[in-house]
Structures are given as structure tokens and as C-alpha cells.
Design a protein around this ligand. Structure first.
Ligand SMILES: [Zn+2]
Length: 409
């Protein structure tokens, strides 16, 4: 009888789905409900049914593979998303989906039966590559966005979200995450960063998922002739923006080592080689896993940008594009991850997630947690994304222990 979940079977799943959605130019492009996403969903359903699990889709198009518990009641849910960014990797999302499924297959074949029901969950549209908004499936079932809002979203061809779900899953069922339906949520995911690899640690026990705020910043100066306007008579919007960007880079150091701030996009107007720029627009993305430090970082940034605008006599406008509060992970789940690592002699460190994940929405309603496995070279959202089979196996075995302990309180 097998003593643990099968890494061979999991790697085989990942190998099978690696045929779906190969993008010309490298990596995988798997928009939600596209051909490749549907093929992954098909493989998930087929494997779940072959293992004797009940399988259904909900109104958000998420697929549930349910292992009934000895008792009825709220389920322990584990999973991740099936879609990808354009030219992404094979593991971002599917690793968490098929690891959860493998845990259930292992329990079935070894005759184990948890007290609580346990569900492997394939989540719809986390990356936002089809509907321009991300975390759609998890937002749907947690109420992070209203069903009406998500249903009415249209893709580039004008197809509505609800029409696509109805077409693929005519027998979908209503499901909402609440303490009555969901005991806990755990997501295994690749780290998508360099921390674990650089410290040669196999598992990250996530203590919090980052909060983030994004701004569109507009700097208004004065357009002037680049040859006839002396340097001391200018109100150069782009030079002012450059000084502001230096401040953005420096700001996180004033708040704490777990805060980050990034300018990712900039444009100058009117954009003539021989014209002093009249206006400049750039974005700011800043993040912290702690709500107080996130707010403090916003204040530091605002003060720094205002200071530059005053000194350089330019006008400043800050428009907030979006803001998400951080999601603390449940301490019991963090502890379950670290003790599973101890039992299995797997190295582990506490960390936070700098990327937003589906688990963030669950964390607002029920106990939620995440565990990370290392990304080679920190690469993700890239064809170069990879994780060693040994680290995948460590993640799978730790996930199995964690789900077993949560399902047998
Ligand atoms: Zn992901």
C-alpha cells in the first residue's frame, strides 16, 4: 500500500497538461475557458471521476472534486487556478490544482477517510488574461466581486463571462464560501520569487498575502522650446517625474523590509525631441503584507511626491487605480505547514506573498493559508518558469499532511 501521495502521478499530470496551450514564441497561453484551459479542466475531471470523486462546476466555472468525509459539514478546500498569463509557465496554478487532486487520489487508494469532506478545487480565471480582471473564480464564490459584475464582464470578442460558464457547464451548481460550507482553504503555489532558492529552503509557509495599492500619477509642467528656454526657467514635467521616481524607489526603506514600490510605466507629452515636456504620467504599485505599513507607505510616497512637485513648481495629480488590503493567513494553518515540514524533514521558512493569489479572497471569510515551493532563478510569468521535481515532491507531501490535519481536527 502506498505510504504517501505519488510524485510520479503528479508529474505525469503536469506532463499531460504541458501539451495544452503551447504559445508560439515560448511558454503557455491559456486564457480562461479557451481551448487549453478546457483541456486542462477535462483532464482534471477525468482524473477526479476515475478516482471515484464527485465532480461539479459552480456558477463561477470553478471545478470541485469532492472527497466525502466521515461527517457532513464544511469542507477543507485546496486548489489553485488553471489559466495562465500569455507566455507563462506550466506550473503557475496547475501545480496547486493537481497536487490537491493527487492527495485525494492517494487517500482513496490507501483507504484513508478524513473526518471532514475535502475538495480539490480548480479555480477560474485568476490571471485576468481574458476578461482584464483577475481572481474571477475565487471572487465569485467569496463575494469579493458581485456575481452580477463578473457575469457581465466581456472578453475581447464581446463574449460574456456567464455565457461562457453556461455553455461549458450547463449543470453548474451554486456554491458560496462561508464558515458553513468551508472549514479552511489551502493553496500550494510556486513562489515566483528568489527567496527560497537563495536560502536553499524547500517550503515557504506564507504568513500573509500582500496588500497593494496602484496609482496613476500625472505631473503637469509647461511645454517650452528646448533650445531657447534657460535651465532655470523651466517647469519640466518629465525631469520632475524622474526625481519622483527616485523617491518611490527609496520610500519602502522608510517603512520596513517587507514593503516594495515600483514604477512600471511612464509616458511624456508632447513627446517632441526638442520640446521641454509639459506633462508626464507614470504608475506606482506599492505593497506590504501589513495593513498599517501599507497605509504608512502610501503616506510616505504622497509626501515625497508632493515635496518634489513643490520644489520644482509643477502640478501633481494622484489617481488611485485600485487598493487591496493584505490578507493574513490563519496561524493554525501556518503552524500545520511548519510542523508537517518538521515531521518530513523538509526545510521551511515563514514568508509573505508579494503576489496576489486566490487565497487572499478566501482569507477574508474562512481560515486560509498558502505554501510555496521554490522557483528556479525566481522566474515566473515566463517560459523560463520551473521548479525541481524534488521540490515539487516536498510541496506535495507537505500539502498532504496539512490537509489531513485540517480534515481531522
Ligand atoms: Zn498563480
Amino acid at each position: 500500500m502506498p505510504q504517501g501521495p505519488s510524485i510520479e502521478r503528479l508529474l505525469n499530470d503536469l506532463d499531460i497538461i504541458s501539451r495544452f496551450g503551447k504559445a508560439p514564441g515560448g511558454g503557455y497561453s491559456r486564457p480562461a475557458f479557451g481551448e487549453a484551459d478546457m483541456a486542462i479542466r477535462g483532464h482534471f475531471e477525468q482524473e477526479a471521476r476515475a478516482a471515484g470523486l464527485e465532480c461539479f462546476a459552480d456558477h463561477g466555472g470553478n471545478l470541485h472534486a469532492v472527497f466525502p468525509g466521515e461527517e457532513d459539514g464544511p469542507a477543507v478546500i485546496s486548489g489553485s487556478h488553471s489559466d495562465s498569463v500569455p507566455h507563462g509557465g506550466n506550473l503557475d496554478g496547475p501545480l496547486g490544482v493537481f497536487s490537491a487532486l493527487e492527495v485525494l487520489r492517494f487517500w482513496k487508494e490507501s483507504g484513508r477517510k478524513p473526518r471532514r469532506p475535502v475538495t480539490a478545487l480548480l479555480i477560474t480565471g485568476e490571471e485576468g488574461s481574458r476578461f482584464r480582471k483577475g481572481t474571477l473564480g475565487s471572487s465569485y464564490i467569496t463575494g469579493a466581486m458581485t456575481p452580477e459584475f463578473i457575469d457581465a464582464l466581456t472578453d475581447g470578442d464581446g463574449q460574456r463571462f456567464d455565457a461562457l460558464v453556461a455553455r461549458h457547464y450547463p449543470e453548474r451548481r451554486r456554491f458560496m464560501v462561508s464558515p458553513g460550507t468551508t472549514a479552511a482553504f489551502v493553496e500550494l503555489h510556486i513562489e515566483q520569487g528568489k527567496v527560497l532558492e537563495s536560502e536553499a529552503v524547500q517550503i515557504g509557509a506564507v504568513e500573509a498575502i500582500t496588500g497593494l495599492t496602484q496609482w496613476q500619477v500625472k505631473v503637469l509642467g509647461e511645454a517650452d522650446h528646448a533650445g531657447t528656454t534657460p535651465m532655470n526657467m523651466r517647469h519640466d514635467a518629465l525631469s520632475a517625474a524622474a526625481a519622483m521616481i527616485i523617491e518611490v524607489e527609496a520610500a519602502p526603506a522608510h517603512v520596513g523590509p517587507d514593503s516594495v514600490a515600483t514604477v512600471g510605466r511612464i509616458s511624456a507629452h508632447p513627446g517632441g525631441v526638442n520640446v521641454v515636456p509639459a506633462a508626464c504620467e507614470f504608475t506606482v504599485d506599492f505593497r506590504s503584507p501589513d495593513p498599517v505599513r501599507l497605509q504608512r507607505l502610501g503616506e510616505v510616497l504622497r509626501a515625497a511626491l508632493n515635496g518634489v512637485a513643490m520644489r520644482r513648481e509643477v502640478h501633481l495629480e494622484i489617481l488611485e487605480l485600485q487598493s487591496k488590503q493584505p490578507g493574513p493567513c490563519d496561524p493554525l494553518i501556518v503552524r500545520a505547514i511548519t510542523s508537517a515540514c518538521n515531521e518530513l524533514h523538509v526545510t521551511c521558512r515563514a514568508m509573505w506573498s508579494g503576489a496576489v493569489h486566490d487565497a487572499l479572497h478566501f482569507s477574508r471569510i474562512v481560515p486560509a493559508g498558502m505554501l510555496f515551493v521554490p522557483s528556479i532563478g525566481g522566474k515566473s510569468h515566463s517560459p523560463a518558469e520551473a521548479t525541481s521535481p524534488e521540490d515539487i515532491e516536498a510541496g506535495l507531501r507537505v500539502l498532504e499532511r496539512v490537509l489531513w490535519s485540517l480534515a481531522n481536527p
